[in-house]
Ligand binder design. Structure first.
Ligand SMILES: Cc1cc2nc3c(=O)[nH]c(=O)nc-3n(C[C@H](O)[C@H](O)[C@H](O)COP(=O)(O)OP(=O)(O)OC[C@H]3O[C@@H](n4cnc5c(N)ncnc54)[C@H](O)[C@@H]3O)c2cc1C
Length: 391
């Protein structure tokens, strides 16, 4: 049934994960029906549209690095893959991730591991950082690691539009509707149920519902620790030329990068101010004065004169177990697959996660990058995947 024309795949969620999964299935040779069900075809509030749309290869696990390398290769070849007019505004420029003096050894080892896995990361001492980025204050800094290639940022909305258009051109059907239930029996999902009373039969059901994925699995009585957590992005101007400025991650957790004529940046809220954010898209304005601005101005003195342009908030699809993606089949419901829970790195990993889902459906196994470490089994057993570099 795997590749046959009578097989039916239903994908719940049509943003970056769902649309890439549909596209990748066709590219992998799946000939059956593919239906993507999307409850908000404007995509106004989905994580994808509200993200900072950046890509890094500086991760602590080979699976995450491998997914980034696949993503960056696709972004570099975007016209070759999606056509001569394709443009996602990919700026290939590194992340500069700063570390304290007590982190030097650990961070050097991480950079060496990343290079072994195929990334292009250099570790720098404070003087080298200052020579290259003279606008950074390095007084309390022991190390900085920088992606010399293979990292950067892009336009997530353009990427979503491209892949959705390409999927539709390959016969993927998009249905506007909300999945509100499942017909499941005998360890299989037979159909998904929609809010308007309709049902759609399926041979495979892929959950790509972003921050709503945990609640959807809950409808099946299955644990999936993925919940919406609000993250605010500030857009601002400052007397600093953005040319050559990298994606900067400070030891405080503050991040910033150039965007258009100015910059964007943010910081995670303290854990006691980070509840389930279902329905809440109000930017966390207090963070600007209380945490973000003071820490940023300490690190980049030019930011003393920061002028806020606007702020928005989106939802991380937070995997509370280990902040990593959940990719692959459920352990008891064999035709239920997940591609969700990426907790802040889902746009960059969507192409690779989608390819993995397509391989599992078409071939019954991973044929390129082995993503079994991201599988559902660890959720069931409560065994976190150790990833040292999470934001
Ligand atoms: C502020 C911020 C900054 C970020 N920065 C980065 C970054 O720099 N790099 C990076 O890679 N990632 C980043 N991320 C994370 C990234 O945005 C997400 O990991 C990614 O967009 C997840 O994509 P998704 O398709 O799974 O989820 P979404 O984009 O949220 O899409 C899920 C879709 O499912 C639909 N849906 C939900 N429930 C149902 C239902 N019951 N029926 C039908 N449809 C349903 C929704 O309407 C939605 O369109 C950031 C996120 C935020 C919020």
């Amino acid at each position: 049934m795997r590749g046959s024309e009578s097989a039916k795949v239903v994908i719940v969620g049509g943003a970056i994960m769902g649309s890439f999964a549909a596209w990748a299935l066709r590219r992998e040779g799946f000939a059956g029906a593919i239906t993507v069900i999307e409850k908000d075809p404007t995509y106004r509030l989905c994580s994808t549209a509200l993200s900072a749309a950046s890509i890094r290869t500086q991760f602590g696990t080979p699976a995450n690095i491998g997914m980034s390398l696949y993503g960056v290769d696709l972004f570099r070849r975007i016209r070759e893959v999606f056509g001569a007019d394709a443009d996602i505004g990919f700026t290939e420029r590194g992340y500069l991730i700063l570390g304290r003096p007590d982190e030097i050894e650990e961070r050097r080892a991480a950079a060496a591991m990343q290079c072994t896995a195929g990334a292009d990361i250099v570790a720098m001492g404070p003087d080298e950082i200052l020579a290259r980025f003279p606008w950074v204050s390095v007084e309390d800094i022991g190390i900085g690691t920088y992606g010399q290639s293979g990292e950067g940022w892009f336009d997530a909305w353009s990427l979503l539009s491209l892949v959705r258009g390409a999927a539709k051109a390959m016969g993927v059907r998009y249905v506007a509707g909300e999945v509100t239930g499942f017909d499941a029996a005998g360890g299989r999902i037979a159909a998904v149920r929609l809010a308007d009373g309709g049902t759609l039969e399926c041979d495979w059901c892929v959950i790509a519902a972003g921050p709503a994925s945990g609640a959807l699995a809950g409808l099946l009585g299955q644990p999936l620790p993925v919940t919406p957590r609000k993250r605010t992005v500030f857009a601002f101007k400052a007397p600093l030329d953005g040319a050559g400025v990298p994606m900067l991650f400070d030891t405080t957790g503050v991040w910033m990068r150039p965007e258009g004529e100015g910059f964007i940046g943010g910081i995670q809220p303290p854990p006691d101010q980070d509840p389930d954010a279902t329905g809440d898209f109000e930017p966390h304005h207090d963070l600007l004065e209380e945490l973000f601005w003071p820490a940023l101005a300490m690190r980049v003195p030019a930011m003393e004169q920061l002028r806020l342009l606007r702020a928005w908030a989106g939802h991380y699809e937070m995997n509370d177990l280990d902040h990593n993606g959940i990719v692959g089949p459920h352990d008891e419901i064999a035709n239920l697959l997940f591609t969700t829970g990426f907790s802040g790195h889902g746009v960059m990993h969507a192409p690779a996660a989608a390819r993995a889902i397509a391989e599992l459906i078409v071939h019954g196994r991973f044929t390129t990058l082995d993503l079994s470490s991201l599988g559902y089994q660890r959720i069931r057993s409560g065994t976190p995947l150790a990833e040292s570099i999470v934001y």
